[in-house]
Design a protein around this ligand. Structure first.
Ligand SMILES: C[S@@+](CC[C@H](N)C(=O)[O-])C[C@H]1O[C@@H](n2cnc3c(N)ncnc32)[C@H](O)[C@@H]1O
Length: 327
């Protein structure tokens, strides 16, 4: 059935810092979806060296309508700080979605070889390996070329006891914090929706279809599947247990002109857009990067407002959001 009152979705994007959200009026936005800097210096990028200043969450609260929801991506390491910042700015913390994937790389170090070095004992050379990392200033665009390096095994007795010991486990999920602007005093949810159109999750559009061959579950199974869960994952784990939204991690350079290093899959962003907004509403992403939230929003009949400070990333977003562009 076609949606009622179809309006053409619009997008407004700004090559500016988001702080202040000056172009936006109070209570003018229906949903906030953003993948901000994580504060972990990912691939040594300058823009990822610190978490956003809390001011942006106060700005977000100002421009959102009463009861509107937000989804904010985070690193695992700094999720607690980000959540405190969001809460201190006035948001209610409603949930944390876990986007689980299998292809994360641990950030680690061979501790045993460090012990040999500290003891002044030479580790044993046992072969060669391909060295592929080495991010330099300016980020991963400045890769050191891949080269062969000697492979070592620990020599001292103490180092051998710590053979294989490291400093990090494999990262296999990214948290996405679900927040809500408190509903205006004196209104209940229904009254808030009537007045502002916000205040509820769009569960109907985000149902997870039953797995092939799976019998319907519950006493009153819904024909479209289960209600969306707070786990999203990238791969079927072949456990026959596909209760979660499934979305593969995006390949870097999936579109050849898009070199954004932390590109998010459009299908994932579509799931999130559907979850916290309804057709003909407006979604804001203050840290839009190459514009994945916007691409998802426009495809789903939502309007989009985005900010991006970096000129090169802004141009990529501009190109991806251009309505004249071939899909
Ligand atoms: C994690 S990336 C977003 C990537 C995006 N999800 C995508 O799929 O392309 C965060 C972005 O925030 C931008 N940024 C950092 N500080 C900003 C600011 N004050 N205002 C606007 N953008 C900012 C960075 O340049 C970076 O592109």
């Amino acid at each position: 059935m076609p949606p009622k009152n179809i309006q053409t979705p619009t997008h407004q994007i700004y090559p500016d810092s988001c702080y202040g959200l000056e172009k936006l009026a109070d209570a003018s936005v229906d949903a906030l979806i953003t993948d901000p800097p994580y504060g972990i210096a990912y691939q040594n990028h300058e823009w990822d060296k610190a978490l956003p200043q809390p001011q942006i969450w106060e700005d977000g609260l100002r421009v959102l309508k009463s009861g509107a929801f937000g989804l904010v991506f985070s690193s695992v390491r700094l999720m607690h700080r980000l959540m405190v910042n969001l809460e201190d700015s006035g948001f209610l913390i409603k949930d944390v979605l876990f986007w689980a994937y299998l292809n994360g790389m641990p950030k680690s170090r061979a501790v045993a070889l460090g012990i040999d070095k500290e003891l002044g004992i030479k580790s044993e050379v046992i072969g060669k390996y391909n060295y592929v990392q080495g991010y330099q200033k300016g980020g991963a665009e400045n890769y050191s070329p891949q080269k062969e390096k000697p492979k070592y095994a620990p020599s001292s007795e103490l180092a051998q006891q710590y053979a294989g010991a490291g400093l990090g486990i494999k990262p296999a999920y990214e948290p996405i914090i679900l927040v809500q602007k408190p509903i205006e005093k004196g209104l209940n949810v229904a009254q808030n929706i009537i007045k502002y159109g916000t205040g509820a999750l769009n569960l109907e559009q985000t149902r997870i279809p039953y797995a092939k061959g799976e019998g319907k579950v519950g006493h009153n199974p819904h024909p479209e599947g289960r209600v969306a869960a707070n786990i999203l994952r990238t791969e079927a784990f072949e456990d026959g247990y596909d209760k979660f939204f499934l979305i593969p991690k995006v390949r870097q350079h999936a579109e050849d002109f898009n070199h954004h290093p932390t590109l998010k899959p459009v299908a994932l962003m579509q799931h999130l857009v559907k979850l916290i907004s309804f057709e003909n509403q407006t979604v804001l992403d203050p840290f839009m990067g190459s514009g994945s939230t916007g691409v998802a929003a426009l495809a789903l009949q939502r309007s989009f407002v985005g900010y991006e400070l970096d000129e090169a990333y802004f141009k990529i977003a501009q190109k991806r959001l251009d309505p004249k562009r071939e899909a």
